[in-house]
Design a protein around this ligand. Structure first.
Ligand code: ATP
Length: 203
């Protein structure tokens, strides 16, 4: 019987490099829980959240293929914070339950470290109670904007708006135990930093 795995939270603003960092952690032997992936799957066709979303937000919230209609829901919750809260109250418990299951299974499989990739970690207090340490991937906002514009085809203004809707950089840094500054460094350098941090967490 091994000891329980380290639970390491990973967060960062849009385009900061979270996905890249979590891929390196996975390569070095961590189990990775991806909150966005789970949120997308419970709202995908026939997902566990769909009937509740239909009930709470109406038929217009569900697309013909049985998935959540993201564009319609974005419009609904954009102007209605009560609806946003209802949506969160449907999706978050499902993501939380899945995370408990994945944590249990990773512990049983003997992983030394579970990385919890939680984009909105700084916005939500509840996850922090479950984590041993928090790793923040940080970069200046102009780097975030450049990367996301290049990758997504969104306009600079659209990306700036998303960046501004997220927790400010200082707030994320204030919850960090470890910071990776992912700006003007090569991917090889980033991988090296992940290896170094991973070694502390048994990888
Ligand atoms: P999102 O929040 O939008 O999912 P993210 O934080 O997961 O973004 P990534 O997808 O890891 O960010 O990185 C955004 C883009 O920037 C990717 O195309 C990635 O390859 C690139 N990138 C990240 N870090 C570096 C780096 N150090 N050098 C070069 N490219 C990088």
């Amino acid at each position: 019987m091994g000891s329980s795995p380290w639970r390491l939270g990973l967060t960062g603003g849009i385009g900061s490099g979270k996905t890249t960092v979590s891929r390196f952690f996975s390569e070095y032997g961590a189990a990775v829980f991806d909150a966005d992936f789970v949120a997308r799957s419970v709202t995908g066709p026939g997902g566990a959240a769909i009937s509740m979303i239909r009930q709470q937000l109406g038929d217009q919230a569900i697309a013909a293929d049985g998935s959540m209609n993201r564009t319609a829901v974005r419009d609904i919750v954009f102007s209605d914070s009560a609806m946003r809260l209802r949506l969160e109250q449907i999706i978050h418990p499902l993501v939380w339950t899945e995370s408990l299951q994945q944590e249990k299974s990773a512990a049983r499989s003997g992983f030394p470290c579970i990385l919890f990739d939680i984009p909105l970690l700084a916005e939500s207090g509840v996850w922090r109670t479950r984590l041993d340490r928090i790793l923040v991937v940080d970069c200046p906002e102009r780097t975030q904007v450049e990367r996301v514009v290049r990758r997504s085809g969104l306009s600079e203004e659209q990306v700036i708006r998303i960046v501004q809707s997220q927790a400010p950089r200082a707030r994320r840094l204030s919850i960090a135990d470890i910071v990776i500054r992912n700006d003007q460094i090569s991917l090889a350098n980033l991988a090296g930093q992940v290896r170094h941090i991973g070694a502390f967490f048994g990888l």
